[in-house]
Write a protein of this length. Structure first.
Length: 460
């Protein structure tokens, strides 16, 4: 598929699963190009409401009648996260619509531009959003397809006439293999998506294949210690780390009030002193090193990078602080992998020392719960208290014997409870809240506003 031909030959773009974070960015892209854009998602959300407010039609029933009937002039983009038996997907396949996956569409949009890709089993959303902010704030500009909503721009899509594209390179369904970047980073290659990859070895193998697609005259940046096969890589390989000396790393790391840090960014061309990321958490120093390294390799002025880091406001649902008073703190985080939960808890212990940490966790996917139950239990045991919710199934059917109970039973906390989602607010209301965090990639985010309102009113 050539995107120029697509844009020339089609008037309608129809998205099956339009409410997904990656899908919605591409939908916004085609709407901005002047096409008629509409789509289906299974439930309303803040994202779908935003799309509707931008003039994109969204419906929530699996209804083939909602699909544009002008087959010749309609292009359909779908996400592999939707069930294969969905009537709309079967209908467009049966009736000869032009059709591709989300990853293919992004790959074609990126073709012909200088692609800066951020990959990794965690850290990629904040890192790619920070990179896009650095390039935008520097005055150069870039287009960016992000896996979260940037707080600086209140969007997951940035558009620029500058032919530089920042892409979050998603390993799910091997989507990132549609990208052929000029510069790419690998932040982590932990075991995940084992419903797709079967085992960790195949995850690592896929990252090796992605790495081999980086331009021969480009650069591959790998986090120090992360396993990536390099035998087929043609690009120059460099490494970054939090504070371990290598090509790019932080030193002189000094804590600041509110959980932020002042640090020196060391790079092959010198040092950038007194860098500060605008959001808290030690992990964001590491993310800043990665994003800054890509920007430096791209050619961005070091002083512009330092200035941009300080004005970065973060990403919604990535260590997102909603309430922060001496009496009560509330953080929401997208963490849905054990290592992400560990990193978030570590940051919270650093920012809120000595506080009582109550976590609400909603597991995401039956397969991930099955594959990592022991690791989830170990990570969640770093809390002081836990409220565990049932599994959010997303695209999956139930697996016999797999439920939140298999995590719950192994959590090493005396203060733990397993509750239905509709009882969460009542469960919280019976507790004295000091420092509260909600974790998960499902619909636990629907509780952010009611929890924030409740805590603000209670504290007021």
């Amino acid at each position: 598929m050539n995107i120029q031909l697509v844009m020339a030959n089609y008037k309608n773009y129809y998205f099956i699963g339009i409410g997904g974070i990656g899908m919605s960015a591409i939908a916004r892209y085609f709407k901005h190009q002047g096409f008629a854009v509409s789509g289906y998602d299974r439930a309303p959300s803040a994202l779908t409401h935003a799309l509707e407010s931008e003039g994109i039609g969204v419906h929530y029933d699996d209804d083939v009648e909602a699909i544009p009937k002008d087959v010749e002039h309609t292009f359909v983009i779908y996400t592999p996260a939707i069930p294969a038996e969905l009537s709309e997907l079967q209908y467009v396949r049966r009736n000869g619509y032009a059709l591709c996956k989300r990853s293919q569409a992004l790959g074609e949009i990126a073709r012909g531009q200088e692609c800066l890709a951020v990959s990794g089993t965690h850290g990629k959303t904040t890192t790619s959003t920070l990179l896009a902010h650095i390039l935008t704030a520097s005055g150069e500009g870039c287009s960016a397809f992000l896996g979260g909503i940037s707080k600086n721009y209140d969007s997951n899509l940035l558009l620029s006439r500058n032919p530089v594209l920042v892409a979050e390179a998603d390993e799910f369904d091997r989507s990132f293999l549609q990208l052929f970047p000029h510069i790419a980073v690998v932040t982590a290659t932990d075991a995940d998506h084992l419903d797709i990859y079967n085992d960790h070895a195949h995850v690592v193998e896929a990252f090796g294949e992605f790495a081999s697609q980086v331009d021969a005259d480009g650069c591959l940046l790998v986090k120090q210690g992360v396993e990536v096969p390099l035998d087929k890589v043609r690009a120059r390989v460099l490494h970054y780390a939090y504070d371990t000396p290598c090509d790019f790393y932080a030193s002189d790391i000094t804590p600041l009030p509110g959980g932020r840090f002042d640090f020196t960014l060391n790079h092959p061309g010198g040092r950038i002193a007194h860098c500060q990321v605008g959001i808290p958490g030690w992990v964001n120093v590491e993310n800043a090193v990665a994003a800054s390294a890509i920007a430096l390799l791209h050619g961005t002025d070091p002083e512009k990078i330092r200035e941009a880091l300080a004005t970065f406001q973060g990403v919604k649902r990535r260590f997102d602080i909603h309430v922060n008073t001496p009496e009560i703190a509330y953080i929401d985080d997208y963490a849905h992998h054990p290592n992400e939960i560990r990193a978030a808890i570590s940051s919270m212990r650093n920012i809120f020392p000595g506080r009582h940490l109550l976590g609400v966790f909603q597991p995401h996917l039956y397969t991930r719960t099955r594959d990592f139950a022991d690791d989830f239990a170990d990570a969640l045991s770093g809390l002081d208290a836990l409220i565990l919710l049932p599994i959010y199934p997303a695209r999956e059917e139930p697996i016999p014997g797999v439920s939140s109970q298999i995590i719950f039973d192994k959590v090493r906390l005396d203060d733990k409870v397993l509750v239905e989602k509709n009882h969460l607010m009542d469960t919280l209301s019976g507790r004295k809240i000091d420092c509260l965090v909600t974790f998960g990639a499902g619909d636990v985010d629907r509780f952010i506003e009611p929890i924030t309102d409740w805590l603000t009113h209670r504290n007021g």
